[in-house]
Design a protein around this ligand. Structure first.
Ligand SMILES: [Fe+2]
Ligand SMILES: [Fe+2]
Length: 173
């Protein structure tokens, strides 16, 4: 379904004045949030598995932490699904693929990669929501984003790595 604004101006030309981010339509935002929801499902599944199969004394603490992440990802999924419904969309039923590995370090790295991707997307989503005046929605996503950044720190710490820099060049400026 196309709104009149979409017909009036080609998608590529619609830019918000504030930060140069492309302004999305409601329909596009629903689709993007469904991508986010599929990533949340992926996170739930990943954390359910990883938290139970991580073995070894050095991973005891992080395994317990991952179990908490699983519950938090479920809360995120519920919030995102609610927002999709609020926008008049239908929440997706399919998760993004979950990678597993017999090696603990690799599992944690997959997790970290996913969190990085999630954070990149939610940062973009906050800007997109604000550019179309969906400020409350942007706030919900900001709350989730803070939580995802904690997950990222937990995983990077468990892997003995620095927290990855996932901000876009525009954000770093
Ligand atoms: Fe999440
Ligand atoms: Fe997360």
């Amino acid at each position: 379904m196309m709104d009149t604004q979409t017909k009036a101006k080609p998608v590529a030309d619609r830019r918000s004045a504030s930060d140069g981010a492309r302004q999305v339509t409601r329909e596009e935002l629903i689709n993007l949030l469904n991508e986010d929801l599929a990533r949340e499902y992926q996170a739930i599944i990943g954390y359910v598995i990883y938290s139970q199969v991580l073995k070894g004394a050095e991973y005891m603490a992080i395994a317990a932490e991952l179990e908490k992440h699983a519950a938090q990802e479920l809360q995120h999924a519920l919030i995102i699904a609610k927002q999709i419904d609020y926008l008049g969309g239908m929440p997706v039923a399919v998760a993004k693929p979950v990678r597993t590995s017999p090696r603990a370090k690799e599992m944690l790295q997959f997790d970290l990669d996913n969190e990085n991707e999630t954070i990149r997307n939610y940062r973009e989503r906050v800007r997109q929501c604000e550019s179309i005046g969906e400020y409350a929605l942007a706030e919900h996503i900001r709350d989730i984003l803070m939580n995802e950044q904690e997950h990222q720190i937990d995983l990077a710490t468990a892997l003995g790595k620095d927290v990855p820099q996932v901000a876009s060049p525009r954000e770093q400026a």
